[in-house]
Ligand binder design. Structure first.
Ligand code: GDP
Length: 462
């Protein structure tokens, strides 16, 4: 998972809060000390961290002093938990909405950034991302400075089955950019990504070239590509670019395995520019959509329903009818165990399990431990369990497995649980766990579909 280390430290601090018998100022101070240390280690700016500490303290103290929560430790815990969650979201939220490409019209996206930041890789990932969502997408390689830039675009775009344009002979990047964009506009492409150079003999020439390309292609959105490893220096780099190309969004790359990623994201947020994606690996699919709330939710091990739905849509795009059916079920909150099974299977086919599993709310932490193979094995075991269910059980909402008393409250499990455990060679506990996860997911889907805050649902589940 992105920023796994930071997530682990924040989680461990919060679990101490859950264990504390009394929640008072002392406990709050100790908790904040740990959280702030974890953030600083991730290279988040000292000022931002100290402001977070003060705000959480002020919110918690106000609630404690109001007296309403006196003695009610669970309430106090919730107040603190929510304050920390909200302030972490603030830390990565620039509060600005990015441009959203529209169907049925050309959307020109220009990518800028220093060489080596992952710009060319990101352009292909981005084109593939929009293509998967039904946008006719393409790339124009306007980097004439770096030898081999066009070959790199050609290779990666062909692999991604995305159209591309460039030249081995033309040396004027502005001419290539406008030729490419004009050609693709004529051919009714909807997402046209212009990859620019990331280096020049003189820095001022690079910035000048970006201004000229910008004037020639009139981008709907300019995206700055930044490398996460620079940590909070991301702020200075983005300010330097801002002077020449007024970019409207940022993509932070190499978030996989860079401990300083938290610093980069918060620094960027401080410049009030929206981060739209995170690059999380070298492969085509290693591009995660970024939104502040789901990002923090995932970081704290609370899942990321939005991200999960995105992934599901990716898979479902190959079968639009199925997608419609699924979207309807999500909206109505009517996911059956069979749907859950299908989703888990789809998700398993979509890439490293560690990445996907962290999006599933309520998945026990041990599910994410160990290697990807271990994780995949555990998820497969869950699918085995569903293989032992009857059609009626699969199409149900899980209530067949519960005994209920006269008051409608669950009193225990039915014989079906025993049968499924026996049939799948697992234990009753494992079947119970699966049912619990299915219920949690169905509940979250309902919350999300019903446009209520799924986040509150996630928090209540904790
Ligand atoms: P450019 O010079 O900015 O166009 O950078 P490239 O796209 O050529 O990327 C430079 C290097 O970074 C390549 O080896 C890429 O595979 C790698 N890279 C790009 N994005 C990511 C990412 O999100 N994660 C990791 N681990 N590597 C990346």
């Amino acid at each position: 998972m992105v920023l796994a280390d930071l997530g682990r430290k924040l989680n461990s601090a919060l679990s101490q809060l859950n264990r504390a018998p009394v929640v008072d100022e002392k406990v709050l101070d100790a908790l904040l000390k740990e959280i702030c240390a974890a953030l600083l280690e991730s290279d988040v700016n000292v000022k931002l961290v100290s402001s977070l500490r003060q705000k959480v303290k002020a919110k918690a103290k106000a609630a404690f002093e109001a007296g309403a929560d006196k003695g009610k430790e669970a309430n106090r815990r919730n107040v603190v938990h929510k304050a920390i969650f909200d302030e972490l979201v603030q830390l990565v939220d620039p509060g600005v909405e990015p441009y959203k490409p529209k169907k049925g019209q050309p959307n020109v996206i220009m990518a800028v950034g220093l060489q080596g930041n992952g710009k060319t890789t990101t352009c292909t990932k981005l084109a593939a991302y929009y293509q998967r969502r039904g946008f006719k997408s393409c790339i124009v390689c306007a980097d004439t400075f770096r030898a081999g830039a066009f070959d790199q675009t050609r290779q990666s775009a062909s692999k991604a089955k995305v159209s591309f344009f460039g030249s081995y002979t033309e040396t004027d990047p502005v001419a290539i950019a406008s030729q490419g964009v004009t050609k693709f506009k004529k051919e009714r492409f909807e997402v046209i990504i212009v990859d620019t150079s990331g280096r020049h003999r003189q820095e001022s020439e690079l910035f000048q070239e970006m201004v000229q390309i910008g004037e020639a292609v009139k981008p709907d959105m300019t995206v700055l590509v930044l490398d996460a490893s620079i940590g909070q220096a991301a702020e200075a780099q983005s300010r330097a670019f801002k002077e020449s190309s007024d970019f409207g969004a940022i993509i932070v790359t190499k978030m996989d395995g860079h401990a300083k990623g938290g610093g980069a994201i918060s620094a960027v947020a401080a410049t009030k520019t929206p981060i739209i994606f995170l690059g999380v690996g070298e492969h085509l699919a290693d591009l995660d959509k970024f939104s502040p709330q789901p990002f923090i939710s995932k970081l704290l091990g609370m899942g990321d329903v939005q991200g999960l739905m995105e992934h599901m849509q990716d898979v479902a795009m190959q079968n639009p009818e199925k997608q419609k059916e699924m979207a309807k079920k999500f909206e109505e909150g009517k996911l059956s165990i069979r749907d859950w099974k299908e989703q888990v299977q789809n998700v398993m086919s979509m890439g490293p399990i560690s990445k996907i599993a962290s999006m599933i709310p309520g998945l026990p932490a041990e599910m994410l431990e160990g290697s990807d193979e271990d994780g995949a094995r555990r998820l497969k075991r869950m699918v085995f369990i569903t293989d032992s269910m009857t059609a009626q059980e699969l199409d149900s909402d899980g209530s067949l497995f519960m005994q209920v008393g006269k008051d409608g409250k669950p009193t225990g499990l039915t014989w079906r649980v025993m049968r499924v455990a026996k049939g799948s060679g697992t234990s009753v506990r494992e079947v119970e766990e699966l049912l619990c996860q299915y219920r949690m997911m169905a509940h979250m889907a309902k919350q999300a579909g019903g446009k209520k805050g799924w986040l509150q649902a996630a928090q209540k589940m904790q």
